[in-house]
Design a protein around this ligand. Structure first.
Ligand code: SAM
Length: 328
């Protein structure tokens, strides 16, 4: 089969985000609020064998970049055993991980040994009390320890993802730039997206990042830069070298025309867009004895469902699933 997965817009799909669980050990108010229920029951989770088969089918079709996410991927039992199996799949070019880093001190070495090449860490604040408020009871220190361990064991590059929220952490952008610069991490600021159905949402604190970009550019003497493999982030870079800050602006300046990714939930449903409901369920095929060829044909068919773009601006209340189901 050809190694080019194209969607109806002619976009080349090369990147799969794979959720290993919809559970998390934190309760960020905007992602997986306290009291959230209806987690996917374990008998619906794709098994390691099923994940490996499906990832192999994607890889055969040219989807060589995989990012493990969640929920919190490090709470999936035996996660490093799965990672070692995925790294061994031919045609996988890059296996990366998104994590809240609260368990990273324990896992950093085994992740590196199992073949994780790069990690993204979500960190919205460097203030301990504020961290506890945002995360519904989490502690900052294990996250900082996890980041230190990741550095020590050579996980590189490390990107810090900070959701920019008006009235929550908008006084901390400069401090976060300095912290990342000091530690050789790449900071990316992210606009909040209107996801989830009830209670306080990140979008209640939405801020357009254009002004922040201008202000940080002036303060740290940065100019527009490029970053290979930087995904949807648009970067500013210090004129004298190292420091880089990315801005991910799904709302104020969306980047759907360059979208190269699809997302698989822990129960085997492929979502074609974070901001739309178009999806295809692979579990019946996987559990019904489908051949590798049938799986590959189904992936090609599913790609036909990929919509041109999200409707976050036109219909902000449309997506009621929380980010914790698909992992960003
Ligand atoms: N637990 C892992 C982590 O913390 O990175 C992976 C999953 S988490 C759902 C992935 C990312 O989604 C986090 O950086 C989180 O801040 C972000 N996120 C969750 N809800 C969001 C929203 N409504 N808008 C923008 N980003 C959101």
């Amino acid at each position: 089969m050809s190694k080019q997965l194209l969607d109806p817009q002619g976009r080349h799909i090369t990147y799969l985000r794979l959720s290993l669980t919809d559970r998390c050990n934190l309760r960020c108010f905007y992602c997986l609020p306290k009291g959230a229920k209806n987690f996917t029951p374990p008998n619906h989770w794709l098994s390691f064998d099923e994940i490996e088969r499906l990832v192999s089918a994607f890889a055969t079709l040219g989807v060589g970049r995989i990012r493990l996410t969640g929920g919190e991927p490090l709470v999936r039992p035996d996660v490093t055993r799965l990672i070692a199996r995925l790294t061994a799949i031919p045609d996988i070019d890059e296996l990366s991980l998104s994590t809240n880093a609260s368990l990273l001190a324990h896992y950093a070495q085994s992740l590196k040994e199992a073949g994780i090449s790069r990690i993204n860490v979500s960190l919205d604040t460097l203030k301990a009390e504020r961290f506890t408020e945002i995360t519904g009871g989490g502690e900052l220190q294990p996250v900082l320890d996890g980041l230190a361990a990741a550095k020590r064991f050579g996980l590189h590059p490390i990107k810090i993802n900070m959701v920019a929220m008006k009235g929550i952490n908008d006084d901390e952008f400069s401090d976060m730039v300095r912290y990342c610069d000091k530690n050789n991490f790449t900071l990316r600021l992210i606009e909040t997206m209107p996801l989830g159905s009830s209670g306080q949402k990140a979008s209640d604190h939405y801020m357009d990042l254009s002004a922040v970009r201008q202000q940080l550019g002036d303060e740290f003497n940065m100019v527009p830069g490029v970053m290979p493999g930087g995904g949807p982030a648009r970067y500013l870079q210090a004129v004298d070298g190292g420091l880089k800050v990315g801005f991910i602006t799904p709302i104020s300046q969306h980047f759907c025309e360059t979208c190269n990714r699809v997302r698989l939930s822990v129960d085997g449903v492929l979502y074609l867009c974070l901001g739309q409901e178009h999806s295809f369920d692979f579990k019946p095929l996987l559990r019904g004895g489908a051949s590798d060829e049938t799986l590959q044909a189904a992936i090609i068919k599913a790609l036909e469902l990929k919509p041109a773009q999200h409707d976050f601006n036109q219909q902000p209340g449309k997506i009621v699933r929380f980010m914790s189901r698909l992992g960003g």
